[in-house]
Design a protein around this ligand. Structure first.
Ligand SMILES: [Zn+2]
Length: 355
């Protein structure tokens, strides 16, 4: 059975299990028994609603998400079976903008990893954040000069930029100036609030970046993120349900806060009492998420992915053509983000190449 068909069947099975529980959040108990990640992970399409993030990057959901097309002139979406190409239109348009601009800094195109699930929310595996359609992962592997098959997009291994034989050090055989320019390009858009990279990559940028140093402050060191980087955009203006994060502290971040990562402390195993195993962390339930997320889960789906596949880039969908604001940073200062995507379901996009 094809991988995607199999994943679809698994998702349908999860929906079948979870669906009766969707009626229960108000009544309490039973909904608590199903982790939110199982319910959100089983839903195949976004809600038919105006786009709106609810909650925080690591605890929330999104209504009216749109899909990044699997293919564009300078991007290819990866790991399609995960069904995580969904985001706020501002996030998807940022990805298309970055893909469009990448060749100008010597990066041929993007391999795009996870954005969010169709209605956001916690995931069965992989991320704490990415829950409100405002986070996206981009591989630190340049797009090849051919279209990858769906299977290749599942199988292509991640390539860490770190040396295996040396603590927290970028491998200079793999890391190139165009890697640096791509990460810094991502940080350059005003709507981007943070770009997460491995501490070794941040250090490399601190040591070598000769462009605008003020943008380095947005590039934040974090565990992992050695084979991909993570772009986070601000809450859209007017999105009252979206909980903002404080702006990164001023400065380039090439300071004590970075030096800390090169001490044993962040890497030390947590001290545990062998007689008393640490309690399992409690699963996030629906009731832990903003109340609006219950409505997001219950809302009717859009008819199909094709009808909400976003393209604000080189080949605009007619329905979006009247809303060019979504493709510019100006959108961040525009009015209600609900205006960005028409309330009516947009015109379907032809199936992308090679899928
Ligand atoms: Zn990420």
């Amino acid at each position: 059975m094809r991988l995607q068909t199999r994943m679809r069947l698994i998702r349908l099975a999860v929906i079948a299990i979870a669906a009766p529980l969707l009626t229960l959040p108000e009544s309490g108990k039973a909904s608590e028994q199903v982790p939110a990640k199982q319910i959100f992970g089983g839903i195949e399409l976004p809600s038919r609603a105006a786009p709106a993030p609810y909650g925080f990057y690591s605890k929330g959901c999104i209504s009216g998400a749109v899909a990044l097309p699997t293919d564009g002139p300078t991007w290819q979406a990866m790991r399609l079976s995960r069904n995580r190409r969904w985001g706020h239109p501002l996030m998807i348009s940022l990805l298309e903008q970055l893909a469009h601009d990448a060749p100008k800094v010597g990066w041929p195109g993007l391999l795009v990893g996870d954005v969010s699930q169709p209605r956001g929310g916690p995931m069965m595996n992989g991320h704490a954040s990415h829950q409100i359609g405002l986070d996206a992962d981009i591989w630190l592997t340049p797009m090849p000069d051919r279209r990858l098959s769906a299977q290749e997009r599942e199988d292509l291994p991640f390539t860490s930029m770190l040396r295996k034989d040396k603590f927290l050090t970028v491998d200079s055989r793999l890391w190139t100036p165009s890697h640096a320019r791509l990460v810094m390009l991502a940080a350059s858009y005003p709507q981007v609030e943070r770009v997460f990279v491995n501490p070794a990559i941040k250090k490399k940028l601190c040591d070598t970046w000769t462009g605008d140093r003020s943008l380095l402050g947005k590039v934040r060191p974090i565990y992992g993120h050695d084979a991909h980087f993570h772009v986070r955009i601000k809450c859209p203006v007017g999105a009252s349900g979206c909980k903002s994060q404080a702006a990164p502290p001023p400065g380039d971040g090439c300071d004590k806060s970075l030096a800390w990562w090169f001490t044993p402390e962040p890497w030390a195993k947590p001290k545990t009492d062998p007689k008393k195993p640490a309690p399992k962390p409690r699963e996030i339930g629906i009731s832990d998420l903003p109340k609006s997320c219950v409505a997001v889960l219950k809302a009717p789906s859009v008819p199909s992915e094709g009808e909400v596949t976003y393209s604000g880039g080189a080949t605009p969908v007619a329905a979006y053509a009247s809303a060019p604001v979504a493709n510019t940073p100006a959108a961040m200062v525009a009015g209600d983000p609900a205006d960005i995507v028409p309330a009516e379901v947009p015109i379907p996009l032809p199936r992308p190449l090679g899928q």
